[in-house]
Design a protein around this ligand. Structure first.
Ligand SMILES: O=C(CO)COP(=O)(O)O
Length: 248
């Protein structure tokens, strides 16, 4: 059985004080959930958030990292630095990073390998643009992204990876893929993984849906057979909504 995983992606929002207040507000309200509850926050607040979530069931993730161990990469943060903070997850290849920060399938793959090397679970984002969807290219696009992400990743490591299928046209737009459409693409992603490894691996990899997930649609999405979780932007910033999402 794959454990459901609901992760907030705070993007470039909140100060340390706001983050600590958020944790204070949600921690007791989600303590009985069977869902893995994650918050992926900006680098500056990770240390304080790790301290504040000690003894709770909230896991903390970063939103990016560099693929090199260390070096002359001004402004970057390494996997080792995240590991030092005991960070559990790291989002890799979010579409905003692919669009604005030159993230490519190749850098995504290098980051996935480096994160796994340090015991941090990558949440790998894939998804098509509106144009690609309209041209019926969705499956080809996600297939290429998934295959590239898993290149040179052992089957043992592959089982730990989380994939987030986030159609770009559904991010922050209020538009969601229908839960059936999302499940269709996600079950296809599982087939792609099965092709790379064996059935065994594809049955263990957790695959989330992302794109305008909110308390009112999370249950329908989570009821789909192949969808194991959600990666949530906007709605995860609000403590009451986050609690509802995790307790869907
Ligand atoms: O990009 C997303 C999560 O990574 C989705 O963002 P929204 O939930 O705001 O659409």
């Amino acid at each position: 059985m794959r454990k459901p995983i609901i992760a907030g992606n705070w993007k470039m929002h909140k100060t340390i004080n706001e983050a600590l207040q958020f944790i204070d507000e949600v921690k007791d309200k989600i303590k009985n959930t069977d869902v893995e509850a994650v918050i992926c926050a900006p680098f500056t607040m990770l240390y304080e958030m790790k301290k504040a979530t000690k003894g709770t069931n909230i896991k903390i993730g970063a939103q990016n990292m560099h693929f090199e161990e260390s070096g002359a990469f001004t402004g970057e943060v390494s996997a080792l630095m995240l590991k030092e903070l005991e960070i559990d997850y790291v989002i890799i290849g979010h579409s905003e990073r692919r669009q604005y920060f030159n993230e490519t399938d190749e850098t995504v793959n290098k980051k996935v390998i480096k994160a796994l090397e340090h015991g941090i679970i990558p949440i790998v984002c894939v998804g098509e643009t509106l144009q690609e969807r309209e041209e019926d290219k969705t499956k080809n696009v996600v297939k290429d992204q998934v295959k590239a992400a898993f290149e040179n990743v052992s089957s043992e490591d592959a089982k730990k990876v989380v994939i987030a299928y986030e159609p770009i046209w559904a991010i922050g737009t209020g538009k969601t893929a229908s839960s059936k459409d999302a499940n269709d693409v996600i079950s296809y992603i599982r087939e792609v993984i099965k092709d790379i490894y064996s059935e065994d691996v594809s049955e263990e990899v957790r695959i989330q849906y992302g794109g305008s997930v909110k308390p009112s649609n999370v249950e329908e999405i989570m009821n789909e057979e192949d969808i194991d979780g959600a990666l949530v932007g906007g709605a995860s910033l609000n403590p009451a909504d986050y609690v509802e999402l995790v307790n869907f």
